[in-house]
Design a protein around this ligand. Structure first.
Ligand SMILES: Cc1ncc(COP(=O)(O)O)c(C=O)c1O
Length: 366
């Protein structure tokens, strides 16, 4: 069972279970990078309590959650838009802001391009190079703005994911600051996807939204807070931009259980600290075990997943299919533009699960 990253997404355990004729519980899903410690126990209690509210419509303005987020990030509640996953925001941003052309820093999440196409906008790409270990090519983005001035092809927006998926690399902080200034100077929008930033939260640009009126930061409760099935995420921007984005949301796109779960999740700092500490330790151990496999190349990662390149003549699709037959689902990244046909991505899971994957890969690569 190969879960292909281009166009489709990882984490479709339902389709994998159907194809493999196995119950979902018997599959180890390394294809979606969700916190292996699961949601905070407080979230499960909040969900129990929230059940009494399902006979009412949810608060269409998610006021409670916005107040909690505003106090956490020392911003105004008007600067937050709560949505049905950050995907809802990615989808509506090009339409809400009337973006006609955008630059995507890749190889990256396919939804930026898809959302731009659905809105009738053009996308251009600058891509990190394999020989640079997929370091985000921020200087090239700056060059696009500078040279665009001459040839009239300056993009109206930049989509950048930090740390990036599926490569795992984070932007150099000075380079990112320079880029934010440059994009702002040219009056373009900067959509900064921080879906994976909780694992390196010191890199977050949330405080910069007050400085750059066209910066939109995206956050999610899917990965670090382990709530992919509830669908909840948010954007942080100027209050004016937030009001614009809200106009393009369908009413009640966020349900009451997702709202209550997110409120509990963001409050549980103990679970957050434990999750970060666990990830740091286990990512290091898992990476070390994987790098001992013959011919396997690992790329540096600041997120809760690792990008790997299989040795020649392996093919990502064939290896993903073989592991799938053993109940281990990984991301086949061979169709992601800018990655090689031998590239896969694996989430960092529990120590036991990770050991199972290392053992299975060792057998296949022998
Ligand atoms: C980089 C990135 N951004 C955003 C999303 C969307 O997350 P969600 O809609 O679950 O918040 C994903 C999901 O895989 C992702 O990988």
């Amino acid at each position: 069972m190969a879960l292909k990253a281009a166009g489709g997404h990882g984490g479709n355990v339902h389709a994998a279970a159907r194809d493999l004729r196995r119950p979902i519980e018997s599959l180890l899903d390394f294809s979606a990078s969700v916190n292996p410690l699961g949601p905070s126990p407080n979230v499960l209690r909040a969900l129990d309590e929230g059940m009494r509210l399902i006979r009412h419509y949810p608060d269409p303005d998610s006021v409670r959650l916005r107040l909690i987020l505003a106090s956490r990030w020392k911003l105004a509640p008007e600067q937050f838009v709560i949505a049905n996953g950050s995907t809802e925001l990615i989808d509506l941003i090009p339409r809400a802001l009337g973006i006609r052309s955008a630059l995507i820093v890749g190889p990256t999440f396919s939804e930026y391009g898809s959302a731009l196409h659905r809105a009738g906008a053009k996308d251009r790409h600058v891509r990190a190079a394999r020989q640079d270990g997929y370091r985000p090519p921020l200087e090239e983005v700056v060059d696009c703005f500078r040279s665009g001035r001459k040839n009239g092809r300056r993009p109206e927006a930049v989509f950048l994911c930090n740390p990036n998926s599926p490569t795992g690399q984070a932007c150099d902080q000075n380079g990112l600051t320079r880029l934010l200034k440059e994009v702002d100077r040219f009056g373009a929008w900067m959509v900064l996807d921080e879906t994976f930033v909780e694992y390196c939260h010191e890199l977050s640009q949330l405080p910069s939204v007050s400085r750059y009126p066209r910066l939109i930061v995206l956050r999610s409760f899917t990965k670090f807070y382990a709530l992919p099935g509830l669908r909840i995420g948010y954007s942080v921007s100027s209050a004016r931009t937030a009001a614009l984005l809200r106009q393009y949301q369908p009413p009640w796109s966020v349900n009451v259980l997702a709202q209550r779960a997110a409120e509990a999740a963001i409050r549980d700092q103990i679970h957050a600290r434990r999750s970060r500490a666990y990830l740091r330790r286990e990512r290091h151990r898992f990476a070390k075990a994987l790098s001992s496999l013959p011919g396997l190349r690992l790329f540096p990662s600041r997120a809760n997943f690792l990008l790997l390149e299989l040795p020649k003549p392996c093919r990502a699709g064939a290896v993903a299919a073989e592991l799938g037959r053993r109940g281990l689902l990984i991301r086949d990244c061979s169709l992601v533009p800018g990655l090689t046909p031998r590239t896969i991505r694996v989430a960092v899971r529990s120590r036991n699960d990770n050991n199972r994957l290392v053992a299975a890969l060792a057998k296949l690569l022998r």
